[in-house]
Design a protein around this ligand. Structure first.
Ligand code: ATP
Ligand code: MG
Length: 260
């Protein structure tokens, strides 16, 4: 059985993309077959993995475009997939921004991405959707296509902004569009262990959400190596297999796999 997981937080810059990449490669390291789907028109997944996103012949935009008017076939999805080391990727780029108006007018507009994931999910153990930092139709599509949501939260004092709004959105999607959607959990990113700020944020997060959602014990430490990762176009697991950030992503991944 495959699992589709959305890395989602309506706040920008919290570590969704870095986490999508490193969890995907950590899953592959556990022997899982993984597909990352980039749903952000910034194309940061491809950019961070050394892909020239402006030279791509096919991206997620092509698949959504087909889904707007027709059935999507497995061959069409496969023609958009690029293999980057141990992981497959459906990349995105700025063209994705241009299709949003057409998505708004489409029949079944919340399920267009699901039309894509459903035809390919049997080929994979995990499909990881990297979401944009917006509460819009694209994020709704990601939640409708997903079995679960995984929420990175930056260990920063403004981090709880939008968090309630996001959980309300998840609840609405669960009620109206995808009853099977689960919240896999919340984990802290860019955690600075010695600072009172990070410690306070962790305590607040647990007080506010641990009664309802899993708050991972593992946090992702702040590290310049994580910030530099896009420069090398490789996951941290490939670059620095024993680094504390890599170990933290491996721990989160282990917990995901053990709760399969
Ligand atoms: P957006 O909402 O814009 O898509 P995002 O939530 O996907 O952002 P990322 O792009 O993954 O966030 O990360 C935001 C910034 O923080 C990037 O510059 C990234 O390199 C840096 N970053 C991510 N994780 C860490 C970390 N553990 N330590 C230090 N910097 C990090
Ligand atoms: Mg991102």
């Amino acid at each position: 059985m495959s699992e589709v997981i959305s890395l989602i937080n309506l706040k920008g810059g919290v570590g969704k993309t870095v986490s999508s990449i490193n969890i995907a490669y950590a899953l592959a390291d556990c022997g899982k077959k993984v597909l990352i789907i980039d749903t952000d028109s910034s194309g940061n997944i491809g950019k961070s993995l050394g892909v020239d996103i402006n030279a791509l012949e096919k991206t997620i935009t092509d698949l959504i475009s087909i889904a707007i008017s027709d059935d999507v076939t497995k061959e069409e999805v496969q023609s958009c997939i690029i293999s980057i080391g141990a992981v497959d990727v459906i990349p995105s780029n700025s063209l994705f921004a241009g299709i949003k108006c057409r998505m708004m007018e489409a029949y079944g507009r919340e399920s267009l991405l699901k039309c894509v994931t459903e035809v390919i999910r049997d080929e994979y153990d995990y499909l990881i959707i990297d979401c944009p930092p917006t509460l819009d139709l694209v994020s709704t599509n990601a939640l409708v296509a997903s079995d679960s949501a995984l929420i990175p939260v930056e260990a920063h004092f403004l981090s709880f902004d939008n968090l309630n709004e996001m959980f309300e959105t998840i609840t609405m999607v669960q009620k109206r569009l995808n009853r099977n959607l689960k919240v896999r959990g919340i984990f802290l990113t860019m955690y600075q262990q010695r600072t009172k700020l990070s410690q306070g944020i962790k305590k607040n997060l647990e007080e506010m959400y641990a009664n309802k959602y899993k708050v991972f014990d593992t946090f992702i430490p702040y590290s310049i190596k994580a910030a530099e990762q896009p420069l090398f176009g490789k996951s941290l697991i490939e670059m620095y297999p024993s680094h504390p950030v890599t170990k933290a992503y491996k721990n989160i991944t282990k917990e995901l796999v053990s709760n399969e």
